[in-house]
Design a protein around this ligand. Structure first.
Ligand SMILES: Cc1cc2nc3c(=O)[nH]c(=O)nc-3n(C[C@H](O)[C@H](O)[C@H](O)COP(=O)(O)OP(=O)(O)OC[C@H]3O[C@@H](n4cnc5c(N)ncnc54)[C@H](O)[C@@H]3O)c2cc1C
Length: 466
């Protein structure tokens, strides 16, 4: 049973605030609890912390930050909120969008100033749908480095982190108040731990094949690139408590995972002039719409395969990314002196490929327009030597989740808040609307970081009153 009656609990100890899941959302929530001077325990099913956060590129969108100010970039809350809502067709709850955008800059600045996290503002290109540069990253530009920095900060702040602690059930009263959780250990043992407030930071359901098949059947057989331990527990608990799971058909896909190497190829290559062609040597979409929905477009091509095609200038840009360097090292990135050589090595029809590349060049020169609607102007034509990577589409993480209010409290179906339950990151409904095309670059870590921050503050406040 996912939610058990209080009478069955045998609490070995109590913490004012418990956090389920030790990814970005969980650790940031815990830092916020410690900032409020309150004790907190993070319960993580894995022995060592990773989550999807460590697997990610670690790029966090935020507006009105001091890093943007130093670069002379103006990015008011309204601009970021409008970008997010434009991408999802206005489907996301505007109060949540406003809350996360408003909080985004404060969270980045607070992580930097209060907890010493190093950040850089990414430059060189704009992510699809971003009006200005707002992607912040650890200087190493990896999710693993972001997680490492968060973990150092959490340990320094006195956050109690317990690994090998899978939360298997919540204990709740008839009013929905959470009194604690059941923890299962890998050796079959377990214990009950009490709390005054609980934060669900255990992400979505990408690691539960049955849930993926039910909610997003088009990705049921696709590669899942996120953390396997994210099995939809938050949704199951929230629903059992009378909460509501919304936009469950939403997710972040990615249309550029090197195949069969399984390494992410940065979308910056497409944004700055690269194209994707199928086995027939033809383009099949506007690559600038977004990498998330491109997963579906790529999987719809013959054999579910596409080829990223670009040149030396873009290869040099790619080398600035850890994943790209790994793909290059693994042999996924191939260089060809001419288009002929590329077509013959990759078994692509030369005539069609030459026509495709020439058409893109004519679009870049402003001589014709792209039937898919992409604006090629302002970017140089592709030049030999050419580079190519064979890619496929993948599921990165789910975006549907528990309905919350702007203070990260989990809501019942009637709109009232459960007494002491909070959710953030992939455990809560995101800001991408209901479809794959609604995902704006960075929506994942945006809600993980900001809602973690908000949930931690609110949980600490509640625990102090209880
Ligand atoms: C390859 C890749 C690249 C990405 N790049 C970006 C990017 O650059 N920018 C961006 O915004 N987003 C990106 N994302 C999405 C981003 O990684 C997620 O949105 C974000 O990490 C979610 O954070 P989280 O804290 O909610 O979840 P996670 O980091 O997944 O943490 C959840 C934790 O909960 C634990 N857990 C689950 N169930 C339980 C349980 N019952 N008991 C105890 N512990 C439990 C899990 O083991 C896990 O450690 C990317 C995703 C992938 C896969």
């Amino acid at each position: 049973m996912t939610v058990r009656p209080l009478a069955e609990a045998d609490f070995a100890a109590e913490a004012p605030v418990l956090v389920v899941g030790g990814g970005a959302c969980g650790l940031i929530a815990a830092l916020a609890v410690r900032d409020a001077g309150c004790e907190v325990v993070v319960l993580e099913r894995d022995a060592a912390l990773s989550g999807s956060t460590a697997l990610s590129s670690g790029f966090i969108p935020a507006c009105d930050t001091r890093f943007q100010a130093s670069a002379g970039i103006e990015d008011p809350v309204d601009l970021m909120a409008a970008d997010i809502q434009r991408k999802n067709g206005g489907q996301a709850d505007s109060a949540i969008v406003e809350a996360v955008c408003r909080r985004s800059g404060r969270t980045i600045d607070w992580l930097a100033e209060r907890w010493g996290l190093p950040f850089v503002l990414l430059d060189g290109f704009l992510y699809p749908g971003h009006s200005v540069r707002r992607m912040h990253a650890h200087p190493e530009r990896t999710g693993a480095a972001l997680m490492g920095a968060l973990l150092n900060a959490a340990e320094g702040a006195g956050v109690d982190i317990v690994g090998n602690a899978r939360v298997s059930a919540l204990y709740a009263g008839t009013d929905g108040r959470i009194s604690g959780v059941r923890i299962e250990r890998p050796d079959g043992g377990g214990e009950d731990l009490g709390c005054r407030a609980l934060v669900l930071a255990c992400n979505g359901y990408g690691g539960d094949p049955a849930m993926v098949r039910r909610h997003i059947p088009e990705m049921a057989d696709a590669l899942y690139f996120g953390h396997a331990g994210n099995r939809g527990d938050a949704v199951r608990w929230g629903e059992a408590l009378g909460g509501e799971a919304v936009h469950m058909t939403a997710y972040q896909g990615h249309g550029s995972v090197a195949h069969p190497h399984g390494v992410l190829i940065t979308w910056a290559l497409m944004m700055e002039g690269g194209i994707q062609v199928n086995r027939e040597g033809r383009r099949f979409s506007d690559e600038h719409h977004g990498y998330s929905e491109q997963a579906v477009s790529v999987l719809a091509q013959p054999d579910g395969i596409a080829f990223n095609l670009y040149d030396q200038r873009l290869h040099d840009l790619g080398l600035g990314f850890d994943d790209y360097r790994a793909a290059d090292k693994a042999g996924a990135v191939r260089r060809f002196e001419s288009l002929d050589a590329l077509a013959s090595a990759l078994d692509l029809p030369m005539a069609a490929l030459a026509e495709t590349v020439e058409h893109a060049a004519r679009c870049a020169r402003g001589e014709t327009t792209d039937p898919f609607g992409r604006d090629f102007t302002g970017q140089p034509e592709l030049q030999p030597p050419y580079y190519a990577v064979r890619v496929t589409g993948a599921l990165f993480h789910t975006q549907g989740g528990l309905r919350i209010d702007a203070t990260a409290r989990v809501l019942r179906r009637d709109g009232t808040a459960l007494p002491n339950l909070f959710a953030g990151g992939g455990a809560a409904c995101g800001v991408s609307g209901s479809q794959v095309w609604g995902y704006l670059s960075g929506n994942g870590l945006l809600t993980a970081t900001t809602l973690g921050h908000i949930a931690g503050e609110q949980a600490a406040r509640l625990a102090a009153k209880a």
